[in-house]
Design a binder for this molecule. Structure first.
Ligand SMILES: Cc1ncc(COP(=O)(O)O)c(C=O)c1O
Length: 344
């Protein structure tokens, strides 16, 4: 199989065309068989509900090449479950679990030559997408849906890689409402957050830290990643991550809560007030795209809170968590929780 000529070590988080994508249609009460396409174009009705009423959910996961040359996915069933939860909230038709897994593994298999080498720092990003394609003019759910998966090789989401990033507490934009759809991967959530991220980047920050939209007092999350802080509580290093109705439940974060305990830390999921931010020794954000990005500083009104003594490197616990997570994905560390799924 001809290898693509890509500079794996210097890939950014962008779109590199691959060979194939796979598509399924839900019509007359059932899902079609998967259709393999080479084109990245899609033709849908002008009145499709995705275009007007935002019936759109997506997912993001990665395929990794291990050091013994297997291709693995990390907890892909959790992405399928999250899409199903989203579909229930937006009255959409979710692909059943086995169809989701078939689509994801097939999309990777068909584009195997784009799975980056182990230790390159890159991975094959997988983008499942579910949209309402049925035409409606009134506000109501579509009667036809398309589920599609495309893939693209990517490097780090934050271009500094493991260099600490700078965040700013966001007080002018809320990402999600308490009883809204912030806890599912609805496309509209990302449209709503672009304005804040855009202005933060113009001011020299990497991203923003959203606060809860009820009181503006508690930390929610980052634009496309969950937040965590680390500090010693009663003599034990503790991983703390926010609990909130409007946060997207991150699969990476769920895994880090388990791995923190494996490393001898305590792990807590609870509300984190903004006032608690300066008390952490280390901070970071985590997600499929971000993996673990150490947070070097957070701007909160006119105060700059710094972590890991302001050093330009990840703190010791953040580094251990990163090594543990990537170690499993690259086949360097035993996958004792059974999180990897082989593609072949
Ligand atoms: C808003 C938001 N939070 C958190 C995450 C991280 O979730 P995961 O670890 O499942 O990728 C993502 C990315 O999917 C996201 O878009």
């Amino acid at each position: 199989m001809k290898q693509p000529e890509l500079d794996w070590k210097n890939l950014g988080f962008g779109l590199t065309p691959t060979d194939y994508n796979i598509r399924y249609t839900w019509r007359d009460g059932q899902w079609s068989r998967g259709e393999v396409h080479e084109s990245m174009e899609l033709t849908i009705p002008l009145a499709a509900t995705v275009l007007h009423y935002g019936q759109a959910l997506f997912e993001g996961l990665k395929a990794f090449r291990t050091i013994d040359d297997r291709i693995v996915l990390f907890r892909p069933e959790m992405n399928g479950e999250r899409m199903e939860r989203g579909a229930r909230k937006l009255l959409m038709q979710a692909p059943p679990a086995d169809l989701f897994m078939e689509a994801v593994t097939e999309a990777v298999r068909l584009n195997k030559r784009f799975v980056p080498p182990a230790n390159s720092g890159a991975a094959l990003y997988i983008r499942p997408l579910l949209i309402g394609t049925g035409a409606r003019v009134g506000v109501q759910p579509a009667d036809e849906y398309m589920f599609t998966v495309f893939v693209t090789p990517v490097g780090p989401y934050f271009k500094n890689g493991l260099r600490p990033i700078r965040l700013r507490v966001e007080e002018e934009v809320h990402r999600a409402a308490p009883l809204g759809v912030g806890d599912v991967k609805a496309a509209g959530n990302y449209a709503a957050s672009m304005r804040a991220t855009h202005s933060a980047k113009e001011q020299g920050f990497n991203d923003v830290l959203y606060l809860d939209s009820r009181e503006g007092k508690y930390v929610d999350e980052i634009g496309a990643a969950n937040f965590f802080g680390i500090k010693t509580i009663n003599g034990t290093p503790t991983y703390v991550t926010p609990r909130s109705h409007s946060i997207l439940p991150s699969i990476t974060n769920d895994s880090l809560l388990v791995m923190a305990k494996d490393l001898g830390m305590k792990a807590e999921r609870r509300p984190i007030s903004v006032d608690e931010l300066p008390t952490f020794d280390e901070a970071g954000c985590c997600g499929t795209a971000a993996v673990i990005a150490p947070v070097g500083s957070i701007q909160w009104r006119n105060k700059t809170i710094t972590y890991n003594d302001g050093q330009n490197e990840p703190g010791p616990w953040t580094a251990r968590l990163y090594d543990a997570l990537q170690g499993i994905r690259l086949g360097k560390v035993k996958d004792k929780h059974g999180w990897l799924v082989d593609v072949e």
